[in-house]
Design a protein. Structure first.
Length: 268
């Protein structure tokens, strides 16, 4: 039986942990080539960030154990040179990029009027500018092949306000404007663009935020979510299934829209 994404190539940012890692492994299991981009080093804000090159190397081993091909790249989505080189390496290895899952992101707390400029810039630049930069270098290849799917991992924070997370919510709202505009620009080339809006997801980010706030990961999820369904968060597998659907031909007429995966949160 043919695997769903046999021969396809997916470029994933924030690939070493959490949702990005889960998507990388799921697509590898379905026969896709993987280009995995992640920071590979600590950043000063937020202080909980523990990204490392070891995470990327471990992902490489796990993808190859599934019989799939992978290119890993340690870089910063805020640096055009890093992004450009990673895209070029992926194209050199696999000849194309069929799917972009723009997932790299950070979250932190702070009242909008108390944030330092550097804190504001860090969240906006990684979550929003990083998404734009990656698309900037991937899109020309998709235009050339006249096909492609771009998926931005936004958040329910892209569709509502968030207490003490104005910089995070602003960055996730911005992705919608980018995606809607790109959907118009790229439709003539058969390229679809969609934002995904999960509620809280069970990933190491919750542990990091809990450490900073002096509380538990579950409390972090529940304070910002308040899901209608009785769950504190959703799992990475739920995001994986959404990405697989949106990247597939089953979603061939879905573009310029927001795919909500919120356990009922936005009905409240």
């Amino acid at each position: 039986m043919a695997r769903e994404f046999e021969g396809k190539t997916i470029f994933i940012t924030g690939a070493a942990k959490g949702q990005g890692r889960a998507v990388a492994l799921a697509f590898a299991a379905e026969g896709a080539n993987v280009i995995a981009f992640d920071l590979g080093e600590k950043i000063s804000y937020p202080a909980y960030n523990r990204s490392s090159n070891e995470d990327l190397e471990k992902l490489k081993d796990e993808v190859e154990a599934l019989g799939a091909n992978i290119v890993i790249y340690a870089g910063d989505v805020r640096r055009a040179a890093d992004v450009k080189e990673a895209v070029e390496r992926g194209i050199e290895a696999f000849g194309k990029i069929d799917i972009l899952f723009s997932n790299a992101g950070i979250a932190a707390y702070g009242y909008s009027h108390e944030l330092e400029e550097e804190q504001w810039d860090a969240v906006i630049d990684i979550n929003f500018k990083g998404g734009w930069l990656v698309s900037k270098y991937v899109i020309p290849h998709m235009i050339e092949q006249k096909s492609g799917v771009i998926l931005y991992n936004s958040s329910i924070a892209g569709l509502r306000g968030m207490n003490r997370m104005s910089h995070y919510a602003a960055s996730k709202h911005a992705l919608i404007g980018l995606a809607r505009s790109q959907a118009i620009e790229l439709a003539p080339y058969g390229i679809r663009v969609v934002t995904i809006h999960p509620t809280g997801v069970n990933t190491p980010m919750n542990d990091g935020l809990a450490e900073l706030e002096g509380t538990t990961a579950v409390e972090i999820a529940e304070r910002s979510a308040g899901n209608l369904l009785p769950v504190p968060w959703i799992e990475t597998e739920d995001v994986v299934e959404s990405v697989k659907f949106l990247a597939s031909d089953k979603a061939r007429y879905i573009t310029g829209s927001q795919f909500v995966l919120d356990a009922g949160l936005l009905t409240r």
